[in-house]
Design a protein around this ligand. Sequence first.
Ligand SMILES: N[C@@H](CCC(=O)N[C@@H](CS)C(=O)NCC(=O)O)C(=O)O
Length: 200
Amino acid sequence: MLTLYHSPKSRSTRIVALLRELDALDEVTIEIVTIPRQDGSGHRDAGNLHPEGKVPYLVHDGVAIWESSAIMLYLADLFPKAGLGIPPGHPQRGAYLSWFAWYSGVVEPVMLLEAIGVSHPAIASTFRSGAEVRRRLAAALAEGPFLFGDRFTAADMLLHSPYAWFGKPGEPILDAWIERCMARPGPAFAAEFDAGHALS
Ligand SMILES: N[C@@H](CCC(=O)N[C@@H](CS)C(=O)NCC(=O)O)C(=O)O
């Protein structure tokens, strides 16, 4: 049994979008929970099993999977028919895994720290910068419409998501990729799902 703990219009929205892309919505129970929001609304939800009260959180037959990167990798592997994952043994598997680790280890901290105006030489030397993140993505996208050429994968779903949320960076190659990702059925479904499950 698979259960996703989800709060509308949050980082877990991209998991709902992925489930739609994987044609796996019927396989997963989506538990809607509240979370404390930056604007002071919401609260920690006793019904959310995430040990820190966050979303997304996935439980599969009693085993917890947390962090968006791990959850997206896990689901794309679990539902391979949709072809959104790159399986072990494939020559691109290592690169595929690397995008997910890079997202969690570099992209999220860099984008958050820049958004709140925090800078320090140690941050730059450890994580580099938002500009460097955009350069890396643009270099990959020079080879094709998605991170793995013509093939849309769960890596595109994850990596484009902060720009879908915070806005396109105004760089044509990245803006076009973000629009391509946003035009897929998953994000449209997730937006509609969230609108129908808005929490008061
Ligand atoms: N890196 C984590 C971040 C999870 C996270 O911070 N989620 C936010 C929602 S956007 C949350 O649950 N916040 C509630 C809280 O911090 O208590 C992931 O992507 O899974």
